[in-house]
Write a protein that binds this ligand. Structure first.
Ligand code: GDP
Ligand code: MG
Length: 166
């Protein structure tokens, strides 16, 4: 089993931390070179029964100028082509226009989306559900996984959910 996973979310939600925590010592490829014009492979997670390629998705944010529109188109194409999308949000921050914009983009694609609620080490358990409710609109998520990328909480569960779509 193998497949592509796009990790999206606004800056500082913990995308890089997540990918680093998942891959840990098992890094096979870590490249800054563009693999295609639009996708960058961040790294490859090699498991006993699966290989997961994490890709960067530049441009999944509101375009500020014309040059950005090409990026936005490319990002949407990427979102259609991957096997699963990880939409990472920060449990310690309010949902903002950045998240709303991404939700609108996600509503347009049929690719499975896993909502990843990160930084749960910083909040209390009863706070998790209200956070999820903020995002559960415009489209359904295939799974919702609360995690701490930094403290490596619940990452096994996240990988299991990803594997279902490979
Ligand atoms: P990115 O911009 O989405 O790639 O976010 P980064 O991975 O660079 O993380 C942004 C900041 O959030 C850094 O200071 C991380 O250490 C911190 N961070 C990431 N994940 C967690 C987490 O699970 N818990 C806590 N407390 N901080 C986190
Ligand atoms: Mg980053």
């Amino acid at each position: 089993k193998s497949g592509f996973v796009a990790v999206i979310g606004r800056p500082n939600v913990g995308k890089s931390t997540l990918v680093n925590s998942l891959v840990g010592q098992k890094i096979a490829i870590m490249s800054d070179k563009p693999q295609t014009t639009r996708n960058r492979i961040l790294c490859v997670l090699t498991l006993e029964d699966a290989q997961i390629l994490f890709i960067d998705t530049p441009g999944i944010h509101k375009p500020k100028h014309r040059l950005g529109e090409y990026m936005v188109q490319a990002a949407e194409t990427t979102l259609r082509e991957v096997d699963v999308i990880l939409f990472v949000v920060d449990a310690t921050a309010e949902k903002g226009p950045g998240e709303q914009y991404i939700l609108e983009r996600l509503a347009k694609v049929k690719t499975p989306v896993i909502l990843v609620v990160n930084k749960i080490d910083q909040i209390l358990k009863p706070q998790v559900l209200p956070i999820i409710d903020q995002y559960a609109q415009l489209r359904e998520f295939d799974a919702v996984v609360p995690i701490s990328a930094l403290e490596k909480i619940n990452l096994d569960r996240l990988v299991d959910e990803v594997k279902k779509h490979l």
